[in-house]
Design a protein around this ligand. Sequence first.
Ligand code: GLN
Length: 487
Amino acid sequence: MHNATIKSLSAELAARKLSSVELAKHFIKRIKVLNTKYHCFITLDEEASLKQARAADRLRAAGSGQPLTGIPIAQKDIFCTRGWLTTCGSRMLSNFISPYDAHVVERLNAAGAVNIGKTNMDEFAMGSSSETSYYGPVRNPWDVSTVPGGSSGGSAAAVAARLAPGAIGTDTGGSIRQPAALTGICGLKPTYGVVSRYGMVAFASSLDQGGPMARTAEDLALMMNIMAGFDARDSTSLEREREDYTRELGKPIKGMKVGLPKEFFAKGAAPGVVKAVEAAVAEYRKLGCETVGVSLPNMELSVPVYYVLAPAEASSNLARYDGVRYGYRAPEYSDFTDMYKKTRAQGFGAEVKRRILIGTYVLSHGYYDAYYIQAQKVRRLIARDFAEAFKRCDVIMGPTSPTTAFKIGEKAGDPVQMYLSDIYTIAVNLAGLPGMSIPCGFDAKGLPVGLQIIGNYFAEARMLNVAHQYQRATDWHTRAPKGIEVN
Ligand code: GLN
């Protein structure tokens, strides 16, 4: 059951060969045994999950099932879920029970999906390893001494360990794609504005985007059909006609032009990563695609630009955690200022504080023009590089991450090394483009490698088919880590 895709589970539920309650119980049992090993989940609520499963069975019985009705979905703990603890991996929100649902959660609920638990993550989604969580690090099911990537590492590890057939995550600079790559699963960051940010705890609002994580491109498409859509409560949500993200699946990709940016293949990526990605590109040539060399000359500036803009936005967004309205408050203090200081000193972890300091600095008088405005200008140049590249190709391919999973603790003391984990993903967020990662092989240590596919604005359906065609021809996406069996 747990090796099945969302698509096939959905067919079994529709044929009434399986009930949603049975399915939920199966995954809950697995989570209970394996969560101590991988630490993917922060909060489980068996009763709440089973209640949704019973409702899903009733919907199916009444003939009103949809593809996700009765499917267990793990939710990154950045999504507000009514009645559930929503911590964002932080002590600051360690007592916050959300009084409302995020738009994405509302839509999943309306489709009859079952929330199987809230997943562990880097604190406020700041990180590339899922080590900065107040609740402790997530472990990569392929090797528990390594990280699963981040910040959506709990969601990624849960899908990889078959603790949920699908999960939702968020991607500000790579947090869906990079953990998907490091755990051997699929993840899609949609075009900015396609998925509502309402009820998604804000990190860097001009970059944050929610998206699906699952084991096949087809499953991502099914999830996107529910997750995407206009929402008036998010001022950057795009008002567009509804799309069927499965509509391109199965179309031939012969003659499609795959752009290979020289900056993605130049230097920096580990040999095992380059080898697997090149083999994937060769597979696309076999499928009839044509490869063209393209260039993204400003890509090397994406990490420095991001680490001005994202902290600037974060410093503003995180100002709301003041100990007054909700969340953590220091237990002892003398006056208001002291309460504020102690609350923030105790409530936030080191990486979050670092970002607030950087963000406040680059926005301060005298530095605003030199850093913030300058970074905004380079952001435009990065978007323009992609626009130029897409004049010559349909999709862009390259590695998702320069390395496979690294050891827990390996980069924790060196923020710059950690920041460079997103060297291939961040430019996509700065440009607002859709990007995805799919598994394309293993390195010499047996750790998964991710292939990144970047498309032009709103090209998600096409990208999903590009990934799907590869998954029809290869079986990397079916490989499971050892040690996930439960008796
Ligand atoms: N690793 C990047 C950061 O730490 C991106 C995180 C994300 O996408 N949420 O900011």
